[in-house]
Design a protein around this ligand. Structure first.
Ligand code: ADP
Ligand code: MG
Ligand code: ZN
Length: 526
């Protein structure tokens, strides 16, 4: 069995430690000038070289090479012993598993013994923030009067957990996250000398996924190398779980074409397949971020799976920067929204619809900027909503729709319908998924003059609902559920009023929507 790559690739000398020049220079100078301190604190994210550097320091202070410049030499007896993990005067303590006072007391007793082999006994205490308060106190005593022959290197990923009293006794060094570029360079060396076959784009993806930890990057590469002889970008996406969900691409397509019902349908289907709403929203954001980067001319910064490339380029041409920012913002909102238990998909749907409600701006900009096809689409939408000529100002609040205006539904049945709204939406799926998506995107407000009022956020979705058989289907389902047919009226929500009409059940869906979702009761009489 070969050694795991990141251990095999542990730097043995100062100049092999990358991206921590500020730390390395200071330590190297201290060794040269024989001014090594007795207590160091190395802090920083994991996998950035803290343990590695501590070992190089331990080696350098005990190296037998005459010229201090050349320490560690990695040749002498002591250097080799350290490299083989057999040097008696290098003591590594993992605070995560030795947290008790006794362990530290034990240590205090031991450090008074002089070194066995070298000039200095070096104690590396890893994850030092895990020590208990009592253990810290014991450690502090040691740090206050360290014996001449002892050097302590404390290492931690969580420096804020270290008591100020300990901090003040140590010379502090902060290890930084390693930049993507430096990780890539390091991985390239490793790939070459290990004889691996890796696509450059795959290396970048790995480097980014490692978020600054070189150890993580090397581990990821190791995993991928074990999976397949040739590491392609697509393989990397697959193993790292970073491929863009097909549904995300379809949603963005729907957004671009302002196909509200289709988009809601895509969302619904994705969530039914088990996608987590927040995760889905994050995927939308990260995809659009890529679109944005490509748009800004930073194509080489994006690792795109081969299958997605054409679409991503298309999207980067079709959207304006402003639109992208707006969509990203809306979906970002959905990731922080505390999802409601009865409609977990709601924040996502709201984000989607919010963006579409600004559709006027969306389509006009796109028309000017790029596609002719888009213009046609827009015109078609206007025809759909009866607005092909004249003022495009929405005048739809009082648009009376579907048929029997005179037949009045009874209030108690209406309340029943509202209470069963979830069920009605569920049933709609069997009739027509688009109807379901549309119902999902409206709020039932209650009964007014015998009509069931459905509030839509914008004209586009409202007019989709009014065209085709959707209202008819909706009436059918309601009839099935409550045993009575209601005329349905679609309105656009605009009023900010919170007051609810008399005939709305305070425990019902409408009231719940208003209370828990920040919904608004919309009067259709304004
Ligand atoms: N700055 C660095 N330069 C070169 N290799 C590094 C660096 N940081 C981490 N590594 C790689 O990651 C492995 C683990 O690093 P380590 O020093 O144990 O990290 P830390 O102690 O900060 O968690 C090393 O063996 C090496 O392969
Ligand atoms: Mg470490
Ligand atoms: Zn040496």
């Amino acid at each position: 069995m070969s050694k795991v790559l990141y251990l095999k690739w542990r730097p043995l000398d100062w100049d092999e430690v990358v991206s921590q020049d500020h730390v390395i220079k200071t330590l190297q100078n201290a060794v040269r000038n024989d001014r090594v301190s007795h207590a160091y604190l190395f802090s920083g994210p994991r996998g950035t070289g803290k343990t590695t550097t501590a070992r190089i320091l331990a080696k350098a202070v005990n190296c037998l090479e005459e010229e201090p410049e050349n320490r560690p030499c990695n040749q002498c007896q002591h250097c080799r012993a350290v490299n083989q993990g057999e040097f008696l005067d290098l003591i590594e303590i993992d605070a995560a598993s030795n947290t008790s006072v006794e362990d530290v007391r034990d240590l205090r007793d031991k450090i008074n013994f002089t070194p066995n082999q070298g000039r200095f006994k070096v104690y590396i205490i890893d994850e030092v923030h895990m020590l208990s308060q009592a253990a810290f106190n014991a450690l502090l005593k040691t740090l206050e009067e360290p014996p001449e022959h002892a050097i302590f290197v404390l290492a931690t990923t969580e420096v804020h957990k270290i008591p100020a009293t300990v901090l003040s006794r140590c010379q502090r060094h902060e290890f930084r996250r390693i930049p993507v570029e430096a990780i890539v360079t390091q991985l390239e060396k490793l790939v070459e000398s290990e004889g691996l076959e890796v696509e450059p784009q795959a290396l970048r993806l790995i480097a980014k996924q490692a978020t600054g930890s070189l150890r993580d990057a090397i581990s990821l590469l190791d995993q991928l190398a074990a999976a397949e002889a040739e590491i392609t970008l697509d393989l990397a996406h697959q193993v790292l779980g970073t491929a863009t969900d097909q549904a995300v691409l379809e949603l963005v397509d729907a957004l671009l074409r302002e196909e509200a019902a289709r988009g809601l349908d895509v969302l619904q289907a994705a969530l039914e397949r088990g996608s987590d709403p927040r995760h889905f929203a994050r995927q939308v954001i990260s995809y659009l971020r890529n679109v944005l980067l490509v748009k800004m001319g930073n194509r080489e910064e994006v690792e795109i799976p081969t299958d997605d490339e054409a679409r991503l380029l298309k999207h980067s041409q079709a959207f304006t920067v402003d639109q992208l920012l707006r969509v990203i913002r809306a979906f970002n909102q959905a990731t922080i929204h505390k999802s409601s238990s009865w409609q977990p998909s709601l924040p996502l749907e709201m984000a989607f619809i919010d963006v579409l409600s600004e559709g006027e701006a969306l389509s006009s900009e796109v028309t000017q900027e790029t596609s002719q096809g888009k213009k046609k689409q827009q015109t078609r939408d206007q025809v759909d909503s009866g607005e092909v000529s004249g003022d495009s100002k929405r005048k739809s609040e009082n648009t009376e729709t579907s048929k029997p205006q005179s037949e009045e539904g009874s209030p108690s049945k209406a309340v029943h319908a509202l209470r069963s709204w979830d069920q009605i939406i569920k049933m709609a799926r069997d009739y027509n998924p688009t109807t379901q998506a549309l119902l999902n995107s409206c709020t039932p407000l209650g009964l007014k003059k015998g009509c069931l009022i459905l509030s839509f956020k914008n004209e586009i979705i409202k007019s989709k609902m009014e065209n085709g058989d959707h209202l008819q289907t909706c009436r059918q389902i309601i009839t099935k559920v409550v045993g009575e047919e209601f005329p349905i009226k679609c309105v656009i929500g605009q009023s900010k009023g919170k007051d609810m009409p008399q005939d709305v059940d305070p425990d019902g869906l409408v009231a719940t929507a208003v209370r828990e979702l920040g919904g608004k009761y919309v009067s259709d009489e304004e």
